[in-house]
Design a protein around this ligand. Sequence first.
Ligand SMILES: [Zn+2]
Length: 630
Amino acid sequence: MKKIIFLSILASLITSACSMNKPEKNNEDTYHLEAINDPHSYANINEVRTVHLHLDLDVNFDNKTIYGVARHEISQHEVDYIIFDIKGLEILKTSTGKDKEQLTDYVIGKNQELLGQSLRVAINENTKFVNIYYQTTKKSEALDWLSPELTSGKNHPFLYTQGQAILTRSWIPLQDSPMNRISYSADVMVPKELIALMSASNPLEKNDSGQYHFEMKQKIPSYLIALAVGDMTYIPLGDNCGVYAEKELESACEYEFHDLPKMIKAASSLYGDYKWEQYDIVMLPFSFPFGGMENPRLTFANPTLLTGDRSSTSVIAHELAHSWSGNLVTNSTWDDFWLNEGFTVYFENRIMEELYGKSEADILATIEYQDLVVALEEIENSEHPEDTQLKLQLKDRSPDEGMTDIAYVKGAFFLRTLEKAVSREKLDEFLKAYFNDHSFQSITTEVFVNDLNTKLLEPKSIEFNTEEWIYKQGMPENHVKIESKRLKSMISIAIDANGGMDVTENQLKSKNRNDFTTQEWLAFIRSIKANASHELLSSLDEQFLFSSEANALVKSDWFKLCAKSKYRSVQPEMEAYLIKIGRRWFVEGIYQLLMDSDDAQDHEFALSTFNKAKDGYHFVTRSTVAEIVN
Ligand SMILES: [Zn+2]
């Protein structure tokens, strides 16, 4: 309760600084807009807001520019201006009206590095449509324009957008806050040899005109508007699901995502019907900064998921789970991000358990817990130890700083611990109702806590330390402990290796890499102590070919171990890996460990590798790594 008031006062100070007049409260479906404001948006959504957005876009690969018109249908209002967010956009003109447009005045605010600029457009009380004519620039951070060499086919360029958290404003002028939900439609023109796809109804094949029409009828937050353009075809995987990919990746996608229809069925039976009709995946190039991004109807996926052994399919279970947690019920501000991710990691694990059994699910949760322990320690020793709380305070900071294992894994352990306290049956019943009651809403942590207290804990007279979990730092003592026998045995081999035993001549004798799963290798590699002997690392690499042949996830942990141990023989492979892979989570830890080294030659290697790699990274990864190496 305190936090709501705190944010509200701050935000009202900000908006009142540029207020022209004080309107009466707009009572049109503003259930979630009344109490708080979003510290990461300039938009005056409490006064007037977009209800539907239509985009006319012309995607030009020659000069890497999108020429666009953003046509906003706006709510009833009593103000004489509407404020949008923009960042790195060139605004050409603004107008009002639908069929007959009239030019209207606009003012662009001062640029802030984090938030960009406000765009204030003059309207009157009868204005229903505001049109913004614009073009993107080199500073449009959401856009990743890839030259053909960075694709699998190497013949055609590729473009994709990444909106989360506050980058949509860098390719569309709009009210860029997850608090506001809008429907959208689009007409997009692309070169004839490419297909355009959006987080909306999608074409099944290329057409000769290069022109595509899209509709997203459900109301979504702005960070979920997404576009991908490339040389791709569609492979159906079930009645309402499939994958778009370059033809070089088709068969790998088909193999890896084979269980997608079963996953959709399992997820729907857990928490209610799938509300988005179609669920497709688009396979992007390696520069994509995330494993997956849950854009509705069209998950964006990273080719590092194509491991060949289905060991990363939990990422797809994760993105699918977002169709409920995140896309159906959305964090109101980025301080509430754990409502998106903690619920999703919990839900993802339940889908995996449903499909592959409890021991598989426990293996994944154990690995995640290992990540969490590292993250907790790092954050506790950082300048923001309060970031180990689930509810964050990210005002004046980038929302990306909240995208840590706290939101994801501590959030999931909160729900697992709650499950143990109230029983799985009761928690499932509560969650199903929660997703149903708040469908297509953006809510705060406090709305969730209130629901939890009044609909689950109080009626059943159950005591639970919710406040400690959400508003206190660190991991509460009562968190559930998950163990996996298979991982335990790998960890014990690592402990023997740490004690000086030549494990390649003992427990691992005559084994090869495929005798163990990806997760078993992660548990093993992570348990080898830093500064491991170079003899050990060299004999492991010789036997298991981690540096050259392992999948991208195993390589990431392997190269971290090599960096920690100053094992520099693998530098050529490490460099090639860092240049090829743009997935932030896979590369940032390696750069960090190289920079943590007390030896300047590791810093030089990190910096020179980054200089070779950075043009192939999306802004999200580039800016994170730049901060590490500089
Ligand atoms: Zn997620």
